[in-house]
Design a protein around this ligand. Sequence first.
Ligand code: NAD
Length: 335
Amino acid sequence: MASAAATARYEELRRLLIAAAHAYYVLDSPAMEDAVYDRLYRELLELEAANPGLISADSPSQRVGGSPAAGFQSVAHRIGLLSLDNAFNATELTNWYAKLLRVLELEPSTELALVGELKIDGNALALSYEAGVLVRAATRGDGESGEDITPNGRTIQSVPLRLHLDNPPAWVEVRGEAFIPDCTFAAINAERAGRNEALFANPRNACAGTLRQLNPQVVAARKLDFFAYTLHLPNGSDNPSSQWEALQWLKKAGFKVNPNTALLANLQAAEQFCSDWELKRQQLAYATDGVVLKLNELQLQAEAGFTQKAPRWAIALKYPAEEAPSRLLRLSCQV
Ligand code: NAD
């Protein structure tokens, strides 16, 4: 049984994290730095691992993201949108890879190809196409259902309204990240300052608030952008067999795929990709908070499966919080 001190600390962490997640996901107004949230969340997970009896149904560890906000219709996702497990250093990355090999019952020396993608600090969107036509755009919400924000999704220029394919499948589900580039973010906040309105804390926050605007004209004026990274198709013999092929499929269909994505032959190449981007990301025109590594072969992904909240075949390596204002200054936005 958990000690009184552990129980009291657990209650405190649960209360703090639930309040922070509500401010972040529902009110679009974070009350705590992400790095602080991540640290407290880690502590909660460690307490839960040591004292499984403490885990309560409303623990932040038991769900993905936030509840759908009022004002939009809630919509069930055809395929759940999960979170990602995090690694904060090279050792945790190595541990993730070793565990993946154990789950797949492969020799510890096996080299698995991984796809390295930048972790764009925006908001996940689920786009549904029927007979090649965009019929719905939804936020992630709690992972099982999100908010139907279709009119807002349609304003994003990099979201194709019709797939660039001659014979599109009956349905296609595309997931990716909607985001606001730094210069656009600076311009939005400058305008808000001019009107004495509260400033958005960061581009991710501004993006979440914008996706939930009830007036699509306001959304269009904010010029969101979108990088696609996940593809779901009905069963078919010529479907992509790897994440890398899926990304090429998405490009052909008219989506923007982040150009800094790489096919990596093994864990060593993945580690190099992670350390390269820790510095190089400062030169990008949009915020990133890490790198996502995904097992390339879709068949192996299916074998590895999911935990309650996240795929076992992917990991987000999180970088220490960056100073967004310094990146904005370096890019010398014209505001
Ligand atoms: P996450 O941000 O750690 O990772 C999952 C998300 O990554 C996906 O939903 C997707 O939106 C995004 N993503 C970006 N690029 C991707 C790619 N190439 N492939 C796949 N996904 C990609 O997890 P989360 O569940 O969204 O949120 C947890 C994080 O939110 C925490 O780490 C914390 O930093 C932050 N948070 C902060 C507060 C706060 O109060 N500051 C509160 C709650 C959550």
